[in-house]
Structure formats: C-alpha cells, structure tokens
Ligand binder design. Sequence first.
Ligand code: SF4
Ligand code: SF4
Ligand code: SF4
Ligand code: FES
Length: 952
Amino acid sequence: MQERNKPLHDLGTPAPRDAIERVSLEIDGRQVEVGAGTSIMRAAAMLGIGVPRLCATDNLDAFGSCRMCLVEIEGRKGLPASCTTPAEQGMVVHTGSAQLDKIRRNVLELYISDHPLDCVSCPANGDCELQDVAVELGVEHSRYGMQGRNHQHLARDESNPYFTFDPALCIVCSRCVRACEEIQGTFALSVDGRGFESRISAGQMESFMDSECVSCGACVNACPTAALEDKSVIEMGLPQKSTVTTCAYCGVGCAFEVGTRGDEVVRMTPYKDGQANAGHACVKGRFAFGYTTHRDRITKPMIRDTIDEPWREVSWERAIEFTARRFREIQAKYGRDSIGGITSSRCSNEETYLVQKLVRAGFGNNNVDTCARVCHSPTGYGLKTTLGESAGTQAFDSVAKADVVMLIGANPTDAHPVFASRLKRRLREGAKLIVVDPRRTELVDGPHVRATHHLQLRPGSNVAFVNAMAHVIVTGGLADEAYIRERCDIAAWERWSDFVRAQENSPEYLQAVMGVPADELRAAARLYAKAGNAAIYYGLGVTEHSQGSTAVMGIANLAMATGNLGREGVGVNPLRGQNNVQGSCDMGSFPHELPGYRHISDAQVRTQFENEWRVKLQAEPGLRIPNMLDAAVGGDFKGLYCQGEDIAQSDPNTQHVEAALESLECLVVQDIFLNETARFAHVFLPGSTFLEKNGTFTNAERRISPVRKVLPPRSGKEDWQITVDLANAMGYPMDYTHPSEIMDEIARLTPTFSGVNYAKLDRLGSIQWPCNDAAPEGTPTMHVGGFVRGKGYFAITGFVPTSERSTRRYPLLLTTGRILSQYNVGAQTRRTKNTAWADQDLLEIHPQDAEDRGISSGDWVGIASRAGETVLRAVVTERVQPGVVYTTFHFPLTGANVVTTENSDWATNCPEYKVTAVQATRVTQPSEWQKQQKAFNARQRAFLQKARNPDA
Ligand code: SF4
Ligand code: SF4
Ligand code: SF4
Ligand code: FES
C-alpha cells in the first residue's frame, strides 16, 4: 500500500459537484474532512493513501467494476468498493488488511489469466496501471494459468493513424467507453456482449476509423493498460522527459505535456491541470504534430532578386542584411510609408509585439496589421463599443453554469472541439441550446444532444436576426429593466429600445429575409431571455460579413438587455479561430491601436511608448491589409514583412492578392514552410514551430499561457530573434535576450497586462487578463459589477442587406468554414496523417440544387463568382439548405478564396467570406486559375530544388 505525504495526482474519482456540507472520517488511523458525496477512495487519496484500482480515475464518474478497491468500514458488513462508496461522517475505514490483500490478489490473478504480464516487451512497460497494481500487490503470475478461454487471439485494430486498439491487452474496465461519453461526448464506444464475451466495440463492432470516433484520444489517455496506445509510443518507446506547453492550433488554447526522447517528440498528452482544457484535447493538438519535422520544413534562409529566378540559400547575416538594405532602398525611393508588416495569430504574443514595434519604431510608420483583420476584427470593434473591452467575457468553465446557450455562426465540434465537449456535457446535464446557423451542424442533432431551436438563417441576415430577437425581448417585456437602469447608458437604451420596437424589426417582418419562421424565432427569444443564465457563443459566422461589427454589437445588446453579463454562466463569447488571435490583437497589431487597444492618435499613450522605445511615432493610423494590397496594386506600396501568415491562401479574392504580392519589390516571408505567399517572396526567413521556442499565447478566454521550448529551433533561431536581428540591421536597436524581457516590456506599457510576468505564469499555470494591481491573479469573468467602459452602450444596429446577393447569373450563396481534422490554410495539418480524414476541400450542395444541375456526390463542380472560378468535388447533403453551398479553404489548389470577393465589414474591413453569390456547374477539368497555379507552383518548386541542390 502506498503511503504518501501529499495528495496523489489521480484522486480516483471526481470531486462531488456543489458540495456544501462537510463530513469528517478516519482512514487508516488518520482524520480527513471532505465535501459530502466524496468517495472514500478520493478521501484516502487526499491523505496520500492510494487504494489499488483499475476502473477508476478522477476525470470519470466511478463505475465500480474491477473490485480492486475494496475497503473495510467498521460496523459495516461486507467489503464495499471505495470508488463508489461515499464518505460519511464518523466513518472508520481500513484500506489494507490481510483479507483485503488476499481478495485483491485473487481478482488480479483472474485478470492476469487473460492478460499475461509480458511487461518487458510491452510498449506501456512503466506506464501501465495494471503493472503498477501487480507490483504493489506482489503478483507476478496467475495461479489460473493461460490455458482457459481467453482473448489473446483477437486481432489488433490498426485503422486509426495515430493509435492502436489491442483487445488482447484489454481488461474491459470501460474507462475508454466512459471517456468517450463523459469527456468527449461522442459515444463512439460501447461494451459489446456480456460476461466473458464482453468486448470493447467502436461503433457497431466496426474499426475505429469506420466508427463515429473523432480521434480525440480521450480513450487512449484513460486506458490503464496498452490496449489503447499511441502508435508513436509503440514505435519510439515511452518519453523520457515531459514539458508543459500550449497547443498551437485553435483558440481554445489547450495545455499539453510534450513527451520527448532526446530531440524527438514521442507524444503530446493533454495536461490534466491545463486550465483551458482540463486534460482533454482534439485530434489536431493531441496527434497532429508531425508537421514540425516534415521534410518540407525550410531551415536555411533564402534570397533572390526576382520571383522569376531560383532561390539561393545564404547565411542568416546575409539574409538579414539583404532584407534591411532592400527595405531601406524602397523607403528612400518611394517614401517611408511604402513598406509595412503583417503579424500572425499563429505566432506568440512576444513575436507579434516585436513585429508591430519594428514597424512603428523601425519602419517609422503604422502599416501593421494582422490576420485577425480577416476573422475577429469586428469582435474587437463591436465589444469595445458596447462593453468597453475587445474581448470575450467569460472563462470556458463558465459554460457549466449556463442554463441556455445560444450558439451563433459557430461550429465548435469542428473548430473548437474541446470547448464543444464541455458544452455538450452541460447540454447533457439539461441546459438548452439554440443554434443559429445556415448549416445543420452536429450540435443541432448529435449523439445525446439536440438543439431546442435551430434557426437556419439565410447567409447575410445575422443583423436582421439580432434585431428580431431584440424586438421580441423589448416588446414582450422580457428586458431586465433593473439591470439596465443600474448598468447601462439610459439614453442609449431608450434610443435602442425605440429602434427595435419598430415593426420593421419584428420577426414577422424579417422572416422572409432570415428564412426563419417568426414563431420559432419568438420562441427562441423567449427561451434566451427567460433563462436564469443565458450565454452567447459566436464565431466567424457572425464576424465575416459586411455587417460583422453590427452583428457583434447586436449580440452585446441582447446580453445587456437581458442582464446576461458580469457573472458566471452568461456572457458574450467569441470563439477565436487561431491559437493567438486574441493575443495578436492585444499586442497592438492593428494599424490604429498600440498594445492594449489604445488609439495611436492618443498623444498621452503615444508619449509613453515613445519614451520606452526612444523614437517618435506617427500619430496617424497606417494601412490595413486590404489597403496595403490595394496600394501595392496601385504602385505605392512596395515592401512587406509577413511573419507566419499565408495571405495568398487565406485572404479573399486570391487573384487580387496575388497581383498585389507580385507587384512588390521586396516581400519577406518568415514561416516554417514555403507557403503560397512565399512563392512571391524575395526573402525567406525560416521560422520555428511552437515546439522550438519560448513565449506565450492568449486564447479566446483572454488566458495567457506559456509556450515552452522543447526542441532546439531547426533554423537556429526563434522567430523573435529574427525580428530583433532585422530591427538592428534596419538601424533600430533591440537587445532582448529572452522573450520574458519582451513580456516585461509589454507589462510596463499595457495596463491590462501590468501584473503579467513569466514567474507568475509558471506559478499559476496561466493568467486571464486584465492582470494588474486590481486583479493580481487575473480576471476570469469581465464586467462584474460594471462595464469596462462605465455604462453599457446600446448601439443602434440597422440592418443593411449585403450587396452580395444571389442573382440569375450567380443564384447560390457560398459560405465557408472549417472541418475538424484540418486547420485554417492547412499548412500544418496537410503535412500530418490528418489527411486520412480529409485530403481535399469539398463542396456541400443540397440535393435539390444538385439535382437541378445534374450533380452527384463525387462529381467535379466548378463554382464561379464575379471574383473568379475554381473546381472541386461535390458532396450532396442536407446539412446545407437549398440555395446555399459550403466549402472549406484548407487546400491551396482548391483555392476557395479565388471565389470570395473583397466585400467587407463596414467598420473593420473584415472580409465577407460567409456570403458569396456563385453558380455551380458540373465540369470535367480544372479552372483556368487552377491550371495556371499548377504551372506556377511547379516552377517555384524547381526554384526551391535549385536552392537545396545548386549543382543539380
Ligand atoms: S481498452 Fe483500455 S480502457 Fe478500454 S476497457 Fe480495455 S483496458 Fe479498459
Ligand atoms: S478517440 Fe475520442 S472519439 Fe474516438 S473512441 Fe476514443 S474517446 Fe471516443
Ligand atoms: S481544441 Fe484547439 S487548442 Fe485544444 S487540442 Fe484541439 S486544436 Fe488544440
Ligand atoms: S476502482 Fe473501484 S471498482 Fe474498480
């Protein structure tokens, strides 16, 4: 029996929910006080007493199947299982005795009779709970032998690219089944058969790949043996070292333990104490790290004079000198404002901060922008205007207290999977869901989850929707007048409530525009307004519209009008796309804002930065990305430093973007791969992956989390070092020696970050900003007691239909999004085994539209808009409504953005990706653009080969 002085890391069973009453009991002669409902196993573990167990673990509800954890309770007959028996006041428990040992040994020997202890040759040797219990009980073999019936002949399931299932090693503890249900919420696994015939089954006795499994890995983490095991562990052995870091994919910001052997990553397992993910992950973060060592990685700097000639590999010094010289020459010839920079939401806060500093202080202009321009810039504008801060209001934990969740234009099961699992858990507990989405996403009707309302809006009608909701709330007397009087600007409220009362904002008036029956919308509005706690989560389906900022303000209005801001379980929560979208915005990446969202025209703020940076700053905002591209086409913008972004694939109207890039005299791309943008570059600076550098990412909850270096950078430099070198070569001195110094500078200059430093991040694990004297350990919930701007502001949100409407020529509306296995432009996930799930973009089309056009699933379909045309394969599905088609933008040769237009949000220029009028036709060959791309790509690949092998 283990006796330890501190609580065990796995306490065996979860803490009871909302335990108020305390009970005190004695375990093995020691007193412990716990919340009522705590299991004896957990109470013992809190004393450091480990009761042997196989089927229990503290992130799953106790099941009581293995009978290893029996204990004796004085005055009670029998030997109850400690995992399923709650602690009671005055109990006296003994966890070890000769009788208990005998029973446990016997049970274990029965297990071993169908699970030989061939531990030495097992990949989990040293990381197996069955082995641990056997060692603890001193059991080396089974008296029952292996001669009887057993499961040793059963075949392994190798179908999943990342993990195996070996039924011969399975002890049918059902931890995997419960993990899939309770943690992931997919219900892909079950125990098939009874007694000896019991077997773990994926789907209907299918392979894992053929089942509903989404490869999140929760079952693999939960398995106490090697029955479910990472293939990388089988191939490479168990990790020797583990480092905690943060996922570099989506805005959930999951914490991981990276297990390494020497300079090789063996596996990434979700970190149990991770505050954003609490030990869960999705297929991307958990398994898709293979890109970091992919052969396409570029690790040497390259330069060339024009894009029509081969690359030349050069030293870092030469590449930096070449870049600085060309940028200076361009500025001398075309003026100070003729160059600029783009920061990336895939890079760290520190890297992003440095790029905007280089542009403002080193280039001497404010021509800096970020990829958030094309995703969540309307969130920044809309929430700042209404609430006073450009960020979501809650921690992810908050959803566990929501009674009603309204999900608008977001598909978290694909795009924010770990948050989706938390949401699904809350829905299984009884919270109600309203889905507002043109597509029938999984949450509308998924396993054990069903939306009470699916408001299947026509693309482009979000603002009509928020106004109709507001109309029902205000005219139905459902507004929280006391909250509004206390918290909000009353004049603005009165103006706004008069506005939404108008007949043209009624659901009946707007139902034709929205495509949603008025009755259903009225019911949804009542459900939202009458909930005790109602929370809104929204995504790019809200922001990427010509009225993106208006819709965000409309959402904030709904939350204020119903008193759903400023406590747990409520709020307005943008689900951020990339890992550091929040951070790149916080760090002053927009041309008009210095770090902390302070306007560049504010002389007092500017002086603060000028004193720290020892340089005079321009007071006028610089160019946004679309302005830079337009100016490039117009001949006024000539040089661009693009760090970690691939605008040639991610930005709208690809042909316009390509024309702009082609016109530049010096395009510098800093990335890990020669991406689509880099085909137009003159300098390639090889960047480092998240595993190769130190820094921080900030997720959708404003949570700043550490990124820790696990491997040396393959190119020899972390990205922040490259920016420092470039600044010095441009004549603007930077002398940081570690990213922690950059964070210290950010903290000095940014009130919401003033309490942030690396030592505190190490101590707390992560910090949600604002973190300052008023909130030294951060702020999980914003606007408690009052709004950041003072009084909440109800902005008038008049609905203006987009000019992008279906016509006779372009009768369908195209909307775009993501799928689970791929990520953004796919640069990372396309270079992993995630392609087993998706290796191309597909066009979803409704059966009616498909039939009208003679299109079947699998056919090549041309989609054409006024911007361009591309060809991809069709999937005929009712996930989309008639008149709407949908695709993703993960694969460069599909070029979904060849079709999207430069229509954009009125306030922020965020592109209207979600609405493009198109025609779809069955075709037999690629589009002209695709043919040209193929030829151009082949040429650029040859130029790269030349750099790698100059003598060939
Ligand atoms: S696969 Fe692992 S977790 Fe699942 S029942 Fe078997 S031993 Fe338990
Ligand atoms: S990998 Fe995830 S989804 Fe698949 S069976 Fe395991 S827990 Fe379920
Ligand atoms: S949910 Fe997002 S942050 Fe978490 S593992 Fe998946 S991709 Fe990474
Ligand atoms: S751990 Fe309690 S019965 Fe398995």
